[in-house]
Design a binder for this molecule. Sequence first.
Ligand SMILES: [Zn+2]
Ligand SMILES: [Zn+2]
Length: 203
Amino acid sequence: MHVETFPVGMLQTNCYVVHCTETKEAIIIDPGLHLDIETQPIFNYIDKEMLKIKFIVNTHGHYDHIDGDSLMQQKYAVPLCIHERDAYLLERLGNRDASSDVLLKDGDRVLFGNVCLNVMHTPGHTMGSVCLISDKNDVMFSGDTLFAESIGRTDFAESSPEDMNVTLQKLARLPDTLLVYPGHEETTSMSKEKNTNPFLANL
Ligand SMILES: [Zn+2]
Ligand SMILES: [Zn+2]
């Protein structure tokens, strides 16, 4: 598996293009870009690497993660995957064909090439937030649930601090081996977060 990071949009959301190095099948995670021009480095990369895009995946339904879904689907006619409890947030994108959307649930798997990402429902930041964890336990995409030394806000109308507490207990049990790709800012690791993230202390 290879991960390429593209910070996009006003909030510098991490859009990830993830591909299977053996088959070149790939997914796009959180294309939260707004401007056409922001698609160019991503499209150029996908062309250069000759990737075959299979899915677009949203870690949750906030605008800074979904804003470029339509631009991506215009270029790559592939299904859009989002947790069933955040799907309603896609309505903000306006006129789009939702018929091919894939509604994710806890335990579902996102498969492309020889890569398997397990869907872990991690409500709190939003009701339908998910983390995607490779079946080899080496990589996790954490959206706005977990950041380096922090966690996502839980003060939105669609948030739940109580659910986040349960989610944090789940996160604290994840393997140390995971490299963590969050929705914003730098990459971290589960072992580092268990040691330095104040929200994961004493769990
Ligand atoms: Zn968010
Ligand atoms: Zn965000």
